[in-house]
Design a protein around this ligand. Structure first.
Ligand code: ADP
Length: 513
């Protein structure tokens, strides 16, 4: 280590005496570094900034020992090159008492030495602590904002007023297949995306007039195009970003538009699948209702067939001993008729056997689960029709022993009727609720605010083929009633005092254990 030697009485001291007050007021310290002797002389204010006692001998090594350990290596490397470059421009932290670090900025350049052949560097140092801290805070705020934005599942694109992309998020990169560098700085048209700024202007203007903060306005569903030329359905939401440093937002160049883009591919696929499921569900429920109807017809037809057979046997007996020339032909015809009647009975018996084969498959199910599953499927799309759905299950309601498919059939039929009844009404509310009645039966209610049932239809509502719909079959309610009664419950209807209809049915509750 070289000897620091006596502090030079160079220009630092001279200027210090003459301009000390002015330098201090300006927050600038001055210094001089004699490279050959490795002696650094410094002003009073400089000593304050470096947190050293004034007059303390200083050289390069002692100077670097004052620095924050994270900055030391970088500063040493810069000081090594200064001999070649003859120029210094550095920002670093000096450690103060208590470990607090303060940011300083040093600038200097090689100055003509008063000594012949000597090398001297002189310059200034000033405090940049508040600026650096503000910058650090800004950077960490930006990082925080960026990490929040990175979590947004939608693609985000920011454009300026001229349509030039200023930001293109990572999700946007994945969605469109372009890297941000390929898009940022280019016109948004590169994405074949027309962000209709004029269209948004009127709604944004309205927000401005009503003093509302600029909000996001949803656009229609558009078709996006990826880099490889393939297209996808997307929902675009546009908001306006106004720079805080701009006085008038109407001034050109001061407004930015932020677009959030949601890929609707999966959503549309799911919707199509759901629609297909719903159509299948309704078709199956109809088929199943028809099965139920056939079963009850079979039951009803058995009796008249038996009666016909009895009459035929009676007539045959009456004809016994009759010598009429036609009697034999009549007997033969009656015989055939009787056989056909028996055949009809057999067919019906087979039909009933076939239908009853998978007739009942009763299980214990949680009513909340049953309602939830059925409503999910039968009411998908109800929200788009503007229907508000309430599903309430009372806490004391737990399990029921039912044929799930059949009870779902009843529910689907009631829900579908309710949706159809509300197609043209202004108020559209559907309530599905389950409660426990005094006789330990679960009572399920399906109530709507639809057009209601005309008074004169009410008594015949559960009769087969009673329908008011053009394409209706009028068998849903009658079969539903059969199903519920087969479960030991009851199905009935009430008209709502506020308009609309309420259907209620009961099924036996069971203890889960
Ligand atoms: P479909 O729906 O095929 O007509 P249903 O047996 O399910 O057969 O219904 C019979 C009739 O009952 C319907 O045509 C309709 O007139 C009436 N109806 C059923 N539910 C409602 C309801 N929620 N609101 C008004 N009318 C209803």
């Amino acid at each position: 280590m070289r000897n620091i030697g006596k502090i030079s009485r160079g220009f630092v001291d001279r200027y210090n005496q003459e301009y000390e007050v002015a330098y201090e007021a300006a927050g600038v310290g001055i210094w001089e570094w004699d490279l050959d002797r490795d002696v650094i002389s410094y002003s009073k204010y400089c000593a304050r900034l470096l947190n050293i006692r004034r007059g303390k001998p200083l050289n390069c090594k002692l100077f670097t020992s004052l620095l924050h350990y994270e900055d030391r290596e970088r500063v040493i490397a810069a000081l090594r090159t200064v001999q070649m470059t003859g120029f210094l421009d550095l920002e670093f932290r000096v450690v103060h008492a208590g470990g607090k670090a303060n940011w300083l900025h040093v600038k200097g350049s090689m100055s003509p030495d008063r000594r012949v052949g000597g090398r001297e560097l002189s310059g200034v140092v000033f405090d940049i602590d508040s600026r650096r801290r503000a910058e650090d805070e800004l950077r960490s705020n930006n990082q925080r904002l960026q990490s929040i934005l990175d979590m947004v599942p939608d693609a985000m694109i920011v454009i300026d007023e001229a349509g030039i992309v200023t930001s293109f998020s990572a999700v946007a990169e994945r969605l469109f297949g372009y890297r941000a560098e390929e898009i940022v700085g280019r016109n948004i048209n590169k994405l074949s995306l027309e962000i209709d700024r004029n269209r948004h202007d009127s709604s944004l203007e309205h927000d401005r007039r009503t003093n509302k903060p600029p909000v996001i306005h949803f656009d229609r569903v558009l078709t996006g195009q990826r880099k490889d030329g393939t297209t996808f359905p997307m929902l675009l939401a546009i908001g306006e970003v106004v720079r805080a440093d701009c006085g008038s937002i109407t001034e050109f160049g001061h407004r930015h538009f932020i677009g959030f883009i949601r890929d609707l591919t999966e959503q549309q696929k799911t919707q199509a699948k759901l629609h297909e499921l719903q159509v299948n569900l309704f078709r199956l429920s109809r088929l199943s209702l028809l099965g139920g109807m056939a079963s009850s017809f079979a039951h009803e037809l058995n009796q008249p067939l038996a009666a016909i057979n009895n009459y035929l046997v009676g007539v045959q007996r009456l004809l016994e001993g009759n010598d009429d020339s036609h009697a034999a032909t009549i007997r033969a015809a009656l015989d055939k008729a009787a056989r056909q009647t028996l055949r009809a009975g057999d067919i019906i018996r087979h039909l009933r056997d076939f239908i009853s084969r998978n007739e009942s498959d009763k299980r214990i199910v949680r009513i909340a689960h049953l309602l939830e599953e059925t409503c999910d499927l039968a009411l998908a799309g109800a929200h788009d029709m503007g229907i508000v759905v309430h599903v309430q299950v009372a806490s004391e309601v737990n399990c029921v022993l039912v044929d799930t498919v059949q009870i779902q059939q009843v529910l689907v039929n009631l829900l579908r009727n309710a949706l159809e009844a509300m197609q043209d009404t202004v108020r559209r509310e559907l309530t599905v609720a389950a409660t426990l009645d005094s006789s330990f039966m679960v009572e399920i209610l399906v109530s709507d605010t639809g057009h209601g049932v005309p008074e004169d239809y009410l008594p015949r509502l559960f009769e087969p083929f009673m329908t008011t719909k053009e394409t209706g079959m009028g068998i849903g309610l009658s079969i539903s009633k059969t199903i519920i009664e087969a479960h030991g419950g009851r199905l009935w209807v009430e008209t709502n005092p506020f308009g609309g209809t309420t259907f209620r049915f009961t099924i036996p509750s069971v203890n889960e254990e």
